[in-house]
Design a protein around this ligand. Structure first.
Ligand SMILES: [Zn+2]
Ligand SMILES: [Zn+2]
Length: 318
């Protein structure tokens, strides 16, 4: 399923040759590929595609042709290993990074080629569909959670694929979760409570107690000052998405008291190894809405409209 023109949010079914892998790469038969909000940003042109036409999709589960090993391919597809960021353990910030489903063809296809150093074994207990959302919603959600430090009372803004995983990990770590959804989204609030949130309400509501940190997964800049007003002195607001609408101005008093606003960008290979080891221990159970490969446009529109309770996943091969 191919993106021809960013801003025209429809992928086209195309017959492409099976890609060929270099010695450093793996040819992977795709079984499932999760649908992420970043895919929407790429399709909409808010995150630049490094090549066109492009096969999007960066939460890939498949088997390596030849060996049959089941692997996952995440968003981080290649790093230079030489820039100041790579050399200081921050390859997520690599100046020359290439991203799966943006700079390299991704997983909304029957085959994908990936750099072997950026592929990871999938934990055995996870079927393909349930494993796919671990690879971005899980990995980057978990990186965002770590940026919240040891916050005991944790706010989650936007209760989609990432938050529904982070909520389970946070509960496993003994934290309290407060879930913020669009005003009046009773389904999403019920979903959050079912997953162990202590409270769920609209993003404009005041939680029953002040929070120690908040993670923002919704692409809405106005949530930044809203979240700042819910956290205690010294607390952190983490923006976990790759794209957000502009942040409205707010009084300095809302930031005062050593409150912190920061973003989380991409992932490192260490994040991937750490989270894929942690997920079965929790255990994280992903709620998945399956789509056929040729229905990926419907998945993207359902995600855009906020109709999903969990993670959309394209099933390529049963
Ligand atoms: Zn680099
Ligand atoms: Zn993603």
């Amino acid at each position: 399923m191919v993106l021809d023109t960013p801003g025209v949010p429809v992928l086209r079914a195309a017959e492409l040759p099976v890609p060929s892998a270099s010695e450093a790469e793996l040819l992977i038969r795709v079984h499932a590929c999760g649908v992420c909000r970043t895919d929407l940003h790429v399709v909409d042109g808010e995150v630049p595609a490094g090549r066109l036409p492009l096969v999007p999709g960066h939460q890939i589960v498949g088997t390596v042709e030849g060996t049959g090993e089941r692997v996952g391919v995440p968003w981080l597809g290649w790093t230079c290993g030489e820039c100041r960021f790579c050399r200081s353990g921050r390859e997520n910030l690599c100046d020359h990074a290439r991203f799966t489903g943006a700079d390299r063809d991704g997983g909304f296809a029957e085959y994908v080629v990936a750099d072997a150093r950026f592929c990871f074994p999938i934990p055995a207990g996870y079927p393909d569909l349930q494993a796919a959302p671990l690879l971005c919603a899980g990995l980057i959600g978990h990186r965002a959670l770590r940026m919240a430090g040891d916050a005991q009372r944790l706010g989650l803004y936007g209760f989609g694929a990432a938050a529904h995983i982070v909520c389970q990990v946070a509960r496993h770590e003994g934290r309290q979760v407060f879930a913020f959804t669009s005003a009046g989204d009773a389904d999403a609030q019920r979903f959050a409570l079912e997953l162990g949130a202590a409270w769920a309400g609209g993003s404009g509501e005041t939680p029953p107690e002040p929070l120690d940190a908040a993670l923002i997964f919704a692409p809405v800049g106005a949530l930044v000052p809203a979240a700042l007003r819910t956290i205690v002195k010294g607390g952190t607001v983490v923006c976990a998405g790759i794209h957000m609408s502009d942040i409205p101005s707010f009084p300095y008093a809302d930031l005062w008291g050593e409150r912190v606003v920061r973003s989380v960008a991409n992932l490192t290979r260490r994040d991937a190894r750490d989270f894929l080891a942690l997920a079965p221990e929790v255990p994280v159970r992903t709620a998945v809405i399956p789509y056929a490969l040729e229905d990926v446009n419907a998945a993207l529109e359902d995600l855009r409209a906020g109709r999903l309770r969990g993670a959309a996943v394209v099933q390529v091969r049963a």
